[in-house]
Ligand binder design. Structure first.
Ligand SMILES: C[C@@]1(CC(=O)O)C2=NC(=C\c3[nH]c(c(CCC(=O)O)c3CC(=O)O)Cc3[nH]c(c(CC(=O)O)c3CCC(=O)O)/C=C3\N/C(=C\2)[C@@H](CCC(=O)O)[C@]3(C)CC(=O)O)/[C@H]1CCC(=O)O
Ligand SMILES: NC(=O)c1ccc[n+]([C@@H]2O[C@H](COP(=O)([O-])OP(=O)(O)OC[C@H]3O[C@@H](n4cnc5c(N)ncnc54)[C@H](O)[C@@H]3O)[C@@H](O)[C@H]2O)c1
Length: 161
């Protein structure tokens, strides 16, 4: 592997998480995050039916409009998964600007540009008290998905995946 990333298991249960975009990728990641976090706000003019259900169940908040800079002001973690590299890029820049102004770290993941990610969103399997995170250092997310499926075949599929 060219550059392997260390799998650091972090407590995100108290983190304020902002997700920009409410499409396929945002939905997949929010479903993963909900196993570990509860303060998740989605900023998006449109969201998937699955996200609508999660909002109706009180699991997430939804702000129904396009992204604005102020949205990331209090965030601990920001995921940007809009279908516009201009928007995703703007989110990354605003987070860096905010970090510089406050000296407070914001963990950033930008879905269409690995070079702007502070961390890589892992593929996750949770079985009882065991959490497995899979990652390819940004090299091959498709292979990561294959490995996750093979592991699930061996372990049996959980309810969440
Ligand atoms: C693990 C998983 C978690 C999740 O997303 O939940 C994940 N990607 C998954 C799937 C997937 N991603 C892509 C495809 C279609 C192509 C293919 O088949 O290969 C598929 C397959 C599919 O969707 O079926 C394309 C893609 N991915 C990235 C870029 C941009 C770039 O590389 O710069 C592009 C081009 C996008 C474009 O077109 O613009 C970037 C990232 N994707 C990451 C995570 C981070 C690195 C993790 C690692 O490498 O280990 C990283 C760097 C950053 C981040 O986003 O945090 C999830 C599998 C979950 C599961 O199924 O278990
Ligand atoms: N990292 C990965 O695993 C991976 C895999 C495939 C695609 N991608 C990339 O992820 C991004 C999203 O893909 P998708 O399939 O979820 O797209 P999608 O079309 O399903 O969803 C895009 C969402 O962004 C929202 N949006 C658009 N403009 C916005 C704005 N200004 N502010 C807030 N929200 C806005 C839309 O309303 C929609 O909800 C794309 O850039 C794609 O290239 C990443």
């Amino acid at each position: 592997m060219a550059k392997a990333y260390f799998p650091m298991f972090v407590d995100i249960s108290q983190m304020k998480i902002i997700v920009v975009g409410g499409g396929t990728i945002a939905t997949r990641r929010i479903k993963t995050l909900l196993q570990f976090a509860s303060d998740i706000t989605v900023i998006s003019p449109e969201i998937t039916d699955q996200l609508k259900k999660l909002e109706a169940a009180g699991k997430i908040r939804h702000i129904c409009r396009t992204y604005q800079e102020a949205d990331i002001a209090e965030a601990d973690m920001v995921l940007s998964a809009a279908d516009s590299s201009k928007v995703n890029n703007q989110v990354a820049e605003d987070c860096k600007k905010r970090e510089y102004a406050t000296g407070r770290k914001i963990l950033i993941s930008i879905a269409d540009d690995r070079s702007k990610c502070d961390f890589y969103f892992p593929s996750v399997i949770v079985r009882d008290e065991v959490v497995i995170g899979i990652n390819s250092g940004g090299q091959d997310p498709g292979k990561v998905k294959q490995v996750r499926r093979k592991l699930e075949d061996v372990m049996g599929r959980g309810d969440m995946m």
